[in-house]
Design a protein around this ligand. Structure first.
Ligand SMILES: [Zn+2]
Length: 94
C-alpha cells in the first residue's frame, strides 16, 4: 500500500491492524511492514507521528509493549486470551 495513503487513512484513526485489513484489503503481514515503514518515515520527517495505543489484557489490565502490531494470543500475566488489539493513528506533532 502506498505510504501516503496509509498515513491519510490513519489520520482518521485510531484503527487496529484488523480494521486496516478490512479497510484496505491488504494482508496483515503487508500492513505490519507498511506501518513499520511509516513509523520510521514520520520519525524522520518530524511533523507527524504514529500514536500507538498498546494492546492490553481486558481481564487484569496488563499492558503489552508498543512494538506488537498484532493482537497477542495470551496474557503473560493472567493467561487469559481476552486481549484488546493495539490501535494506531497519525497525529500532528507541535
Ligand atoms: Zn491478563
Amino acid at each position: 500500500m502506498e505510504r501516503k495513503a496509509l498515513e491519510q487513512l490513519l489520520l482518521e484513526g485510531p484503527f487496529s491492524l484488523h480494521d486496516l485489513v478490512k479497510k484496505t484489503g491488504e494482508t496483515p503481514e503487508d500492513l505490519g511492514n507498511d506501518l513499520d515503514h511509516l513509523i520510521k518515515t514520520l520519525r524522520n520527517e518530524g511533523n507527524r507521528k504514529i500514536e500507538i495505543e498498546p494492546a492490553y489484557c481486558r481481564k487484569c489490565d496488563f499492558r503489552f509493549s508498543e512494538d506488537h502490531f498484532t493482537k497477542p494470543t495470551k496474557c503473560p500475566s493472567c493467561n487469559d486470551s481476552w486481549i484488546k488489539e493495539p490501535r494506531f493513528r497519525v497525529v500532528s506533532t507541535p
